[in-house]
Design a protein around this ligand. Structure first.
Ligand SMILES: Nc1ncnc2c1ncn2[C@@H]1O[C@H](COP(=O)(O)OP(=O)(O)OP(=O)(O)O)[C@@H](O)[C@H]1O
Ligand SMILES: [Mg+2]
Length: 250
């Protein structure tokens, strides 16, 4: 069976700064892959290359058999296959929750109003926010706003969801609700690529954990191996730091 995502020898430079130095990995359909690594290691750049927010300098990205990096590809069509959730929710403040989840469906997918509204309500229900459809973003908690952003991405019927530190901007007591929604999506079989510092989530939900450092993949394997029994010194020292922030041995 085809891989859901296939990344081959992916490079990305900004001017003379080489941020991704040859990334190779696959995600199988329905798999959850968590990407961990220190600040500046290229995690966000990797995700941004997967949905073409950044143009890779070299290498290929194939999503469900379509090579997004092919020069003849329809970039808009390709990008629609991939949903993305960021640290910042980026909801439109002057629109209700329902309108926020409908607008891209209407504008990009050209869905009719009734269909877009039905799909919006289905996905708000999926993230547990049916009763907030008529609210404005400012009336919601950060965790609720992030769940709206997830519903908005899901409403586009993506075949792959990318998450870039979706809980990092949230107060600690709001993190759990967002992770619960992500865990449910994983159980429903959504293919997910998740950059996160939530090691407990990665351990529990990820099929694989990829540890990146300095623009390369240092370790890639099941969470019990990469987090539980890391082989490389760089992975060990990173994990010591995230699992015990008071640890100064870097
Ligand atoms: N648009 C850009 N122009 C120039 N340099 C960039 C750009 N985007 C990212 N970089 C650089 O690329 C490197 C990797 O950045 P990236 O945001 O991918 O790291 P990250 O692993 O996501 O870090 P963090 O954990 O802090 O989010 C950094 O040195 C960053 O300054
Ligand atoms: Mg980042």
């Amino acid at each position: 069976m085809a891989h859901a995502v296939e990344i081959r020898d992916l490079h990305k430079s900004f001017g003379s700064l080489e941020v991704l130095k040859g990334i190779d990995f696959d995600v199988e359909p329905g798999q959850v892959v968590c990407v961990i690594g220190p600040s500046g290691s290229g995690k966000s750049t990797l995700l941004r290359c997967v949905n073409l927010l950044e143009q890779p300098t070299a290498g290929t990205v194939v999503v469900e058999g379509v090579e997004l990096t092919h020069r003849d590809v329809d970039i808009d069509a390709a990008r629609r296959r991939v949903g993305m959730v960021f640290q910042q929710f980026n909801l439109f403040p002057h629109m209700t929750v329902l309108q926020n989840v409908m607008i891209a469906q209407r504008r990009v997918l050209k869905r009719g109003k009734a269909e877009a509204e039905r799909i919006a309500r289905e996905n708000l229900d999926r993230v547990g926010l049916s009763e907030k459809a008529a609210s404005y973003p400012a009336q919601l908690s950060g965790g609720q706003q992030q769940r709206v952003a997830i519903a908005r991405a899901l409403a586009m019927s993506p075949s792959l969801m990318l998450f870039d530190e979706p809980t990092s901007a949230l107060d600690p007591e709001l993190v759990g609700d967002v992770l619960t929604v992500m865990r449910k999506l994983a159980e429903e079989g959504m293919t997910m690529l998740v950059v996160t510092h939530e090691m407990a989530f990665a351990r529990e939900v990820a099929d694989r954990v990829v540890f990146m450092d300095g623009g390369v993949i240092v370790e890639d394997g099941p969470p019990a191996q990469v987090i539980g029994a890391p082989r490389h010194e760089r992975t060990k020292s990173f994990l010591r730091r995230v699992l015990d922030p008071t640890h100064t041995d870097v």
